[in-house]
Unconditional design. Structure first.
Length: 237
C-alpha cells in the first residue's frame, strides 16, 4: 500500500460550501471526494464524523450520506461499527483498473482518429501546447498540482473527443476519476524517472498524423508506465 501524502485540512477554509442548487450532501460529497483524490485525506485515514464536521462545516447526516456514496465508488471503506476510512492505494487494484481504462481509451482513441476533423485537430494542438508548458513546470517544481492535472486531463480528453460514442466517453470519465488518485501518487513518487513531455508529444504527433496503431500503442505504454511507477513507489527502499 502507498501513503500518498500527509494529513491536511479541507479546502475552502475548512468548509464545503454548496453551490447554487446544490444540497449539503452533494457539497460534502464533492469536497470529500476532491480531497481524497488529491491526497489531502490520506490512504487509511479514519473519517470520524465529528472531526469531519469541523473540517467541512456541515452536519453529520450529509456527511454520512456522502461517505456512503464514496463507499460505493470504492474511495472510502465502510468498516461496520468502526465507521469509515479512506481506501488504501493498492497497486494490484490499479493494475486491474488500468486494464479496463486502457481498453476503453484505445477504442475511443481509434474512433476519434478516424472521425476527427479540423476542429478536433485544433483542440488537440491547443491541449498539447498547454500540457507541454505544464509538463515543463512539473519537471521544474517537482510537485504535482491541479494545473498539471487539468492540463493532462484536457489533453487526453481532446484526443478522444471525436470518437462519437457518448457511452464510451461516459465510462472513460468514470475510470479517469478513479485513476486520478493513483496517478497523482505515481507521478509524485517517480518524478525524475519519466520524461512526460516526450511521452505526451509522441502521442500527440501520432494522433495528428492519424497513425492509429502507433497512437494506441504509445497510449497503452504511457498508461502502463504510470502503473509501473506506482508499483515501484510502493516497494520498500
Amino acid at each position: 500500500m502507498i501513503d500518498a501524502g500527509s494529513e491536511t485540512t479541507a479546502p475552502f477554509g475548512g468548509r464545503s460550501r454548496p453551490k447554487d442548487g446544490q444540497t449539503q450532501t452533494e457539497a460534502a460529497y464533492q469536497a470529500l471526494r476532491a480531497d481524497i483524490i488529491r491526497g489531502n485525506r490520506r490512504p487509511g485515514e479514519r473519517l470520524r464524523i465529528e472531526r469531519l464536521r469541523n473540517l467541512y462545516g456541515t452536519g453529520p447526516t450529509p456527511l454520512r450520506e456522502a461517505l456512503q456514496r464514496l463507499s460505493s465508488e470504492r474511495l472510502v471503506l465502510a468498516e461496520g461499527q468502526r465507521g469509515f476510512s479512506v481506501a488504501p492505494l493498492d497497486p494490484a487494484e490499479f493494475a486491474d483498473i488500468n486494464i479496463a481504462r486502457t481498453s476503453i481509451e484505445k477504442e475511443a482513441l481509434r474512433l476519434s482518429l478516424q472521425r476527427g476533423g479540423d476542429d478536433w485537430e485544433a483542440r488537440v494542438v491547443a491541449a498539447a501546447y498547454r500540457l507541454a508548458k505544464e509538463d515543463a513546470a512539473l519537471a521544474a517544481s517537482k510537485e504535482v498540482g491541479d494545473r498539471w492535472e487539468r492540463a493532462n486531463a484536457e489533453f487526453h480528453t481532446a484526443l478522444v473527443s471525436a470518437c462519437g460514442s457518448s457511452w464510451l466517453l461516459h465510462i472513460r470519465e468514470g475510470l479517469h476519476d478513479v485513476c486520478e488518485r493513483y496517478r497523482r501518487a505515481s507521478v509524485y513518487s517517480r518524478m525524475g524517472a519519466r520524461d512526460l513531455h516526450t511521452e505526451h508529444a509522441e502521442i500527440s504527433d501520432a494522433a495528428l498524423a492519424r497513425d492509429i496503431e502507433t497512437a494506441c500503442s504509445l497510449t497503452e505504454r504511457h498508461f502502463a508506465l504510470t502503473a509501473d511507477s506506482l508499483r515501484a513507489g510502493s516497494e520498500p527502499e
